[in-house]
Design a protein around this ligand. Structure first.
Ligand code: 87F
Length: 483
């Protein structure tokens, strides 16, 4: 047993070797497995269940605002993909193709979707005729393939990943712009209040925006290894695609107009962010609102008194299930309570209930928080009330801790020296910026590859000079190394 315990747990500390720690957590918490396809992972139930919870939370939001889910083919004819040359150009080395079926060469190559703009907008052009057909508010949950050659990293960089992609068409620019922001702030809510990860919301610079968009908005998180991670993105596509695909409608004023479009996406890389942000030396820590198992009940049994304890544990489990918590009772024989504690801690279950002979006798039990290891003994009568309270506390305190980390990770830099030092010390630098792409390029060269993460929507007056060129600044911008 002892030996097994050693192999099961993490062998490195998060602060000693972050990359190795991450790899061990995702494997040992049984979230993923590697596969024979290089750069692709298996999402095992322990991670897929988190994705399902994310899907549910986000689906509820977009359904309320009138969006509908749909599904388009994963194959995109070459001619269609190449139709909008500008946006695909930079991406083309990553596109994977189907060229053959059995022994038959296909007449036209089929791309495996890297994103669905082209295949969807070809249909939009057919479906949209009049202002009555607008807005068109569609979303897809699917997987996309981008054949990257950089080193793969579970959840963060894999050749196939899962996401949602929302694609909307509107009759006015104002309405489309409102949609861009509405969806971005749905991401903010999802990421902060479910994933317990604070983000900086803002606009991408022209250099960093999606080439097919008029502008791109983003939510950026900052990971414990000192790298920023884009958690979601929402694009104002303007009429760019409408013009290429002929998405036109007859407006109320009898004039024919091009539709205004948006697209927005959030992917399974956010699961990687949850692991990195909240995990610790014991393993995964899953925020209660996304935890596949929220409460694990471990009975502390000895041979002679097993039955009454298990009976009580089952009763507790039933009570909590009735309140819609996901609860598991670990009544396996042949494992010590301590061994079970380690395993469920490794898997990130937010709350543990311990119940032993003395507890049964005095109608009480012990609650143990995964995030702080805090223990409290409570009366079984108070069970539902206390569990709700403690799960809320865990959810809130994970966010609070992450917020403090983000706050201390953004350094306001007033000259280039401070700027470069901030990046060097694994922080982000917030600085006055002129907005020119040339300055971004120079910053990248001079400050360890730092890029502009975003121009935050929340701005102080930008009086002063660009941190790079010294010319008049347009805004405050946040720079840092990225994933
Ligand atoms: C890779 C290959 C081909 C990203 C690609 O951000 C095309 C692309 O268009 C490509 N990688 N993109 C940009 C995706 C834009 C947009 N699509 C909908 C999103 C969110 C969801």
């Amino acid at each position: 047993m002892e030996q097994k315990e050693e192999q099961m747990g993490l062998t490195v500390k998060k602060s000693d070797d972050f990359n190795e720690w991450y790899n061990q957590v995702v494997l040992k918490a049984d979230m993923i497995d590697y596969s024979l396809v290089s750069g692709c992972i298996v999402f095992k139930p322990n991670s897929y269940a988190i994705w399902e919870k994310i899907q549910k939370a986000f689906n509820d939001k977009i359904t309320k605002s009138g969006h509908k889910n749909c599904y388009f083919p994963m194959f995109i004819p070459e001619s269609l993909l190449k139709k909008e040359a500008e946006h695909v150009e930079g991406f083309s080395p990553e596109v994977a193709w189907v060229t053959r079926a059995g022994d038959t060469e296909l007449n036209e190559k089929l791309a495996i979707r890297p994103t669905s703009e082209t295949i969807m907008y070809e249909s939009y052009a057919k479906w949209i005729r009049s202002w009555r057909d607008l807005p068109l508010l569609l979303n897809q949950w699917n997987s996309v393939v981008r054949w990257e050659f950089k080193h793969a990293k579970p959840f963060l960089r894999t050749r196939e990943f899962l996401w949602q992609e929302g694609h909307t068409a509107h009759s006015t620019k104002e309405e489309a712009e409102k949609e861009v922001m509405q969806q971005l702030f749905e991401y903010v809510d999802l990421i902060e209040n479910y994933m317990a990860i604070p983000v900086i919301a803002g606009k991408k610079t022209d250099k960093e925006k999606f080439a097919g968009a008029d502008y791109t908005t983003t939510v950026e998180a900052f990971m414990p290894d000192g790298k920023a991670l884009q958690m979601g993105t929402s694009h104002m596509l303007g009429q760019n695609f409408a013009k290429v695909f002929g998405i036109k409608f007859l407006d109320k004023d009898e004039k024919e107009k091009f539709a205004w479009q948006t697209s927005w996406g959030l992917s399974t890389r956010t699961i990687g962010a949850i692991v990195m942000m909240h995990g610790d030396d014991k393993g995964l820590v899953i925020p209660p609102r996304l935890a596949p198992v929220q409460i694990i009940i471990v009975p502390i049994v000895f041979k002679e008194n097993k039955e009454p304890i298990i009976a009580k544990a089952k009763e507790i489990s039933k009570k909590l299930k009735a309140r819609n918590y996901s609860v598991e009772l670990d009544d396996r024989d042949g494992y010590t309570p301590g061994w079970k504690f380690n395993e469920w801690e490794l898997k990130g279950v937010p709350l543990r209930i311990e119940i032993g002979p003395k507890d049964v006798a005095s109608e009480q039990l012990v609650l143990v928080r995964r995030d702080t290891s805090e223990k409290q003994t409570i009366k079984i009568n108070d069970l539902e009330k206390k569990v709700e309270q403690v799960l809320d506390e865990i959810q809130n305190s994970l966010l609070k801790k992450a917020k403090e980390y983000l706050k201390k990770s953004v350094i306001e830099a007033h000259n280039f020296n401070d700027f470069a030092n901030a990046v060097k010390s694994k922080k982000m630098a917030k600085a006055l910026f002129c907005g020119q792409s040339e300055c971004e390029t120079l910053i990248k060269d001079k400050a360890e590859g730092a890029t502009c993460r975003c121009i935050p929507f929340e701005q102080k007056p930008a009086k002063g000079h660009c941190v790079q060129c010294g010319k008049e600044a347009k805004s405050w911008a946040v720079f840092g190394k990225g994933y």
